[in-house]
Design a protein around this ligand. Structure first.
Ligand SMILES: Cc1cc2nc3c(=O)[nH]c(=O)nc-3n(C[C@H](O)[C@H](O)[C@H](O)COP(=O)(O)OP(=O)(O)OC[C@H]3O[C@@H](n4cnc5c(N)ncnc54)[C@H](O)[C@@H]3O)c2cc1C
Ligand SMILES: NC(=O)c1ccc[n+]([C@@H]2O[C@H](COP(=O)([O-])OP(=O)(O)OC[C@H]3O[C@@H](n4cnc5c(N)ncnc54)[C@H](O)[C@@H]3O)[C@@H](O)[C@H]2O)c1
Length: 434
């Protein structure tokens, strides 16, 4: 039976980062993948979405400058943009697998199943390891409603051959907002249906509702407090029904959250506890089997499920396995961005001793591109140091990273004015924002 120092299950950003770390430090490592190498982010998540959003951003910038240099604003040509997107996604799986093999890591394709605490079987072959890392991520969860078989997922959306004229997205989280923004820019009529009235619930609701307003201005139809009960196929379209609500549409995307890929692994046989949120771990990302760890989206903790978080955890668990640390996991500040148009971003504390909120739409940074809205909320502590922020603007993604560093450096207004930032940029406004 082949034996490894560490076997990693799942070749997404988290699993691959751990594999390279461990191999680079002399371990004999294997990675097992049952689908596309590279995982969600580059195949069916962050990266393809960001390529499609590049079309939205170009169109929106032109729309903002209509009659100010541009006369006609075309819709995004979906077929062309999709083809461009495939340039990025098509090589990912082969390239990721090749990178692993070239690094001297054993690449195994197939569905692993534990047979005991230190052994698993893939394609009828048994493998043993001193340590295991589960990095199997999440997959879309589907609403359990009548007609659920008609629901498509974000993965399906990102590879649609043709954008329908009328598309409905159920849910109002990250995925719903981002996909709605993309579909809208192609000229499709977009409906969002949400079971309550709290979209993007972990964000400041004033900012989330301002984003809703901006998307409504672009023609997106939001339906709150609508709990979809059934989807029926009718004459090539779909009829959605809820209490006192009916909608006929061409395509329905479910974006109501994701569930952990913990089934199919026979984790019981390895004495690894799990629930629907993922693998249960302690503060060292160690499961109920001391030799099995979990990282990335599959971990059953409340940490945001994001690519850089998985990468950080991969580095941490690698250090544990290499004997470089025995400290408990301490995640740094995690900035997060909804890539709508405009973008909504937040980091750190949302309440503190002082909150400076400004509508900066008229400031040069935003008015020179005629942005429809730009709002900044900065949270300060009793020492007037920055401890958190929420931003809504087209610059929010880069500014939130700068604010993350400012929080880490415990910067106050006095510290900010001592720095020089390139002008004119969102960063050069910082001294006037706190
Ligand atoms: C539409 C979308 C957009 C996103 N946008 C962003 C973004 O902009 N920024 C951001 O930071 N994050 C984003 N995310 C989240 C990001 O993709 C994930 O946080 C990240 O991919 C998690 O990495 P991971 O390695 O933990 O899991 P994954 O990337 O999901 O990788 C897990 C791997 O394990 C494999 N696997 C699953 N089950 C098994 C099994 N039983 N046996 C063997 N292999 C298995 C899977 O096939 C997959 O390759 C997005 C997600 C989606 C869906
Ligand atoms: N930009 C990014 O960083 C980014 C982008 C996409 C995804 N992601 C990651 O992927 C995860 C999953 O994204 P998501 O949007 O699927 O999940 P989410 O948890 O962000 O949103 C799910 C939404 O569906 C709603 N919902 C639940 N049941 C419903 C029902 N019966 N009817 C209508 N709505 C219902 C929830 O209230 C919530 O608003 C995110 O939490 C995030 O970790 C990140």
């Amino acid at each position: 039976m082949e034996k490894f120092d560490t076997i990693i299950i799942g070749a997404g950003p988290a699993g691959l980062a751990a594999a390279y770390n461990l191999k680079g430090n002399g371990q004999n490592v294997a990675v097992i993948e049952n689908n596309l190498w590279g995982g969600t982010c580059p195949n069916r998540g962050c990266d393809p979405k960001k390529v499609l959003l590049s079309g939205v951003e170009a169109r929106d910038r032109m729309a903002q400058l209509q009659n100010k240099g541009f006369d006609n604003v075309p819709f995004v040509n979906w077929e062309q943009l999709e083809t461009f997107k495939e340039k990025f996604t098509k090589p990912v799986s082969t390239g990721s697998r090749k990178g692993i093999v070239d690094a001297g890591i054993t690449a195994i394709d197939g569905q692993p199943k534990f047979t005991s605490e230190d052994t698993l079987v893939v394609n009828g072959i048994e493998y043993q390891a001193d340590k295991f890392i589960i990095a199997t991520g999440q997959r879309p969860s589907y609403l359990d409603i009548v007609g659920k078989e008609h629901l498509l997922s974000s993965t399906d959306f990102l590879s649609l051959k043709k954008m329908p004229e009328d598309i409905t997205i159920i849910g109002a989280g990250y995925i719903a907002f981002e996909l709605a923004t993309i579909a809208n820019a192609t000229g499709a009529k977009v409906h969002i249906i949400h079971h309550n009235d709290r979209p993007l619930k972990e964000f400041d609701q004033e900012y989330a509702m301002e984003l809703v307003k901006q998307l409504e201005n672009k023609g997106i139809d939001f339906n709150f407090n609508v709990d979809t009960q059934s989807i029926t196929a009718q004459d090539g379209k779909y009829l959605l029904k809820a209490d006192n609500f009916e909608l006929t549409t061409d395509l329905v995307i479910g974006a109501t959250g994701r569930i952990a890929n913990v089934d199919f692994l026979d984790l019981e046989k390895a004495n690894v506890q799990y629930n629907r949120h993922g693998v249960v771990v302690n503060d060292h990302l160690q499961s109920t089997n001391e030799n099995v760890y979990a990282i990335g989206d599959v971990v059953s903790t409340k940490q945001p499920k994001l690519t850089p978080v998985g990468g950080f955890e991969a580095g941490y668990v690698s250090d544990i396995l290499l004997g470089k640390t025995d400290k408990k996991l301490e995640l740094p500040l995690i900035p997060t961005v909804v890539y709508g148009s405009p973008k909504l971003a937040k980091v750190g504390e949302q309440t503190g001793d002082k909150i400076v909120e400004q509508d900066v739409t008229s400031w040069f940074t935003y008015s020179h591109t005629n942005e429809p809205v730009a709002k900044v909320k900065i949270v300060l502590n009793d020492k007037k140091q920055i401890i958190g922020a929420t931003l809504l603007s087209n610059e929010a993604d880069s500014l939130i990273n700068l604010l993350t560093l400012a929080i880490k450096q415990k910067m106050s207004h006095e510290d900010v004015v001592k720095e020089i930032f390139a002008y004119p940029t969102a960063a050069s406004d910082l001294e006037y924002l706190i």
